[in-house]
Design a protein around this ligand. Structure first.
Ligand code: 5GP
Length: 210
C-alpha cells in the first residue's frame, strides 16, 4: 500500500478551517486529522484529546526536549505543536493526514517534508474574516483584534503555499480540498511504483520485439 499524503492546512483564524476539516472527515474516508498539543486554555465546549491535547507550559517543553513534535510554534502567546508519532503511523498505514496549523509550523513542515501539500484557506474578503471572528462569539474583542493583526502578518506568506482555497461556499470548498489532496496521489514523485512498472513493461516489450 502506498504511503499517505501529508497535507498542511493553514489560514487566518476565523477562516472556517475547523468546519471545513469536520466536513471533509465526515464526507470522505481515508483522512486522519492530527490532534495538536497546545498550552492555550480550552474554549467552551472543547474536549481534551478531541480538539487538542491541552498541556501546561512545562509539559509542552518536556515534549519539545524529547523530540516529540514534528513541528511546533508559538501563536498569540501560546505554544502549539504536532505530535510526531501519530502522523508517522497514519502515513505508514496509507492514510491521508491533515495538519491544521499556522504558518510558521507549515513552513517548518515544508522544510522537513518537501513533498507535503500546503493549502491556505481564506475567506473571500477581510470584512468577511472579521465578521466570522466576531460571530464566533468565543473571544474577547482584544483577542479578535490581535487575531486580525496577526492576519495582516500572515497574509505576507500566502504565496508560499501550493494552493489557495477560498472558503465562500462550504460544500464547494470541501470538494475542492478533497480533489486537491487526491490529485497529489498521482504526482510523479508519489508514483514511483507506477513509473517503475511502466519502465519494466516497456523494456520487456522492446526486448520481445528485437
Ligand atoms: P486556535 O487557538 O484558534 O485553536 O488556533 C490558533 C492557531 O494555531 C490556528 O492557526 C491553528 O491552525 C494553529 N495550530 C493548531 N495546532 C497547531 C500545531 O500543532 N502547530 C502549529 N504550528 N499551529 C497549530
Amino acid at each position: 500500500m502506498s504511503r499517505g499524503i501529508l497535507t498542511v492546512v493553514s489560514g487566518f483564524s476565523g477562516a472556517g478551517k475547523g468546519t471545513l476539516m469536520k466536513e471533509l472527515l465526515a464526507q470522505y474516508d481515508n483522512y486522519a486529522l492530527s490532534i495538536s498539543c497546545t498550552t492555550r486554555q480550552p474554549r467552551e465546549g472543547e474536549v481534551d484529546g478531541k480538539h487538542y491535547f491541552f498541556k501546561t507550559k512545562e509539559e509542552f517543553e518536556t515534549m519539545i526536549a524529547e523530540n516529540g513534535f514534528l513541528e511546533h510554534a508559538q501563536y498569540v502567546g501560546n505554544y502549539y505543536g504536532t505530535p510526531k508519532a501519530y502522523v508517522e503511523e497514519m502515513l505508514d498505514q496509507g492514510k491521508d493526514v491533515i495538519l491544521e496549523i499556522e504558518i510558521q509550523g507549515a513552513l517548518n513542515v515544508r522544510n522537513i517534508m518537501p513533498d507535503a501539500l500546503l493549502l491556505f484557506v481564506t475567506p473571500p474578503s477581510a470584512e468577511e474574516l472579521e465578521r466570522r471572528l466576531v460571530h464566533r462569539g468565543t473571544e474577547e474583542m482584544d483577542v479578535i483584534r490581535s487575531r486580525m493583526n496577526r492576519a495582516v502578518e500572515e497574509s505576507e506568506f500566502m504565496d508560499r503555499y501550493d494552493y489557495l482555497v477560498i472558503n465562500d461556499d462550504l460544500q464547494v470548498c470541501v470538494k475542492e480540498l478533497h480533489e486537491l489532496i487526491q490529485a497529489q496521489h498521482n504526482r510523479a514523485s508519489n508514483r514511483t511504483d507506477m513509473i517503475d512498472k511502466m519502465k519494466k513493461e516497456l523494456k520487456i516489450r522492446k526486448e520481445n520485439r528485437e
